[in-house]
Design a protein around this ligand. Structure first.
Ligand code: NDP
Length: 248
């Protein structure tokens, strides 16, 4: 794992809750300065406040990742402040589920822009300084649904599968510059996103997970922190499935 004295600047989207919050906390515990981004100022602000109160180093920024202009402005501000972002974790994501014939154009567009186009925007603005510095880690939090598809989640599955194509293409573009691009594909993780499921649905899900439990946000954070580390420098273009053995 990265040593404490090897301090990097990390940016985590969707850091206000769930998986993103755990990733931000773990990267901070490894000595990195973490920029916590979420939709609402209060959620990312609370996470960065707690990191700073615990002796870590963090700041927060409320940005709607689906708003290309807002992402561009945020990146310009952050690059001016820090010169470079070393670790970018594209984690912010939403669901707007529904069977295709009932899926509105808005539900399709919202999920594609929040989950997929946002990754393009952040990477487009932050990757060039990484390539100049000859060091960078880009980690896209996809989903096992991007590998398997799921009835009622055509928009979400398309966005998450799109993230994998983006990951592999950019891994090839940036490899010679020592910037790695990888994806994590979580299975079912206990967060606000899955809290909407009723007990019967949760029981059915756990039934198809060989490890017989849902994952935790920390399970995803540990994988992400490893990919972000110095030691993972020869790994690029890969998809790390973290799902208790569900998809093999
Ligand atoms: P949560 O719903 O718990 O948290 C989502 C986070 O993303 C929040 O901090 C939220 O901000 C932020 N966010 C959502 N939309 C935007 C936006 N437009 N702009 C900025 N920030 C936004 O999600 P999880 O922690 O469960 O999921 C995190 C990621 O992991 C997602 O990409 C999800 O698809 C993926 N994933 C999750 C799985 C699970 O089982 N939970 C399984 C597989 C993948 P705010 O706090 O301000 O609302």
């Amino acid at each position: 794992m990265t040593e404490k004295n090897d301090k990097k600047i990390a940016l985590v989207t969707g850091a206000g809750r769930g998986i993103g919050k755990s990733i931000a906390e773990l990267l901070a515990s490894k000595g990195h300065h973490v920029i916590c981004v979420s939709r609402s100022a209060s959620s990312c602000g609370a996470v960065s406040d707690a990191i700073n109160a615990g002796g870590g180093s963090a700041q927060s920024l409320a940005v709607d990742v689906a708003d290309k202009g807002a992402v561009k402005a945020a990146c310009e501000q952050l690059l001016e402040q820090h010169g470079n972002i070393d670790i970018l974790v594209n984690n912010a994501g939403i669901t707007r589920d529904g069977l295709l014939f009932r899926m509105s154009d808005e539900a399709w567009d919202d999920v594609i822009s929040t989950n997929l186009s946002s990754c393009f925007s952040w990477i487009k603005h932050l990757a060039r300084p990484m390539t100049r510095k000859r060091w960078g880690r880009i980690i896209n939090i996809s989903s096992v649904i991007g590998l398997t598809g799921n009835a009622g989640q055509a928009n979400y599955a398309a966005a998450k599968a799109g993230m994998l194509g983006l990951t592999k293409s950019l891994a090839k573009e940036f490899a010679a510059r020592n910037v790695t691009v990888n994806a994590v594909a979580p299975g079912f993780i206990s967060t606000d996103m899955t809290a909407e499921l009723d007990e019967q649905q949760k029981k059915a899900i756990v039934g198809v997970i060989p490890m017989k439990r849902m994952g935790t946000a920390e399970d995803i954070a540990h994988t992400t922190a490893f990919i972000a580390s110095e030691e993972a420098g020869y790994i690029t273009g890969q998809v790390f499935t973290v799902d208790g053995g569900m998809v093999m």
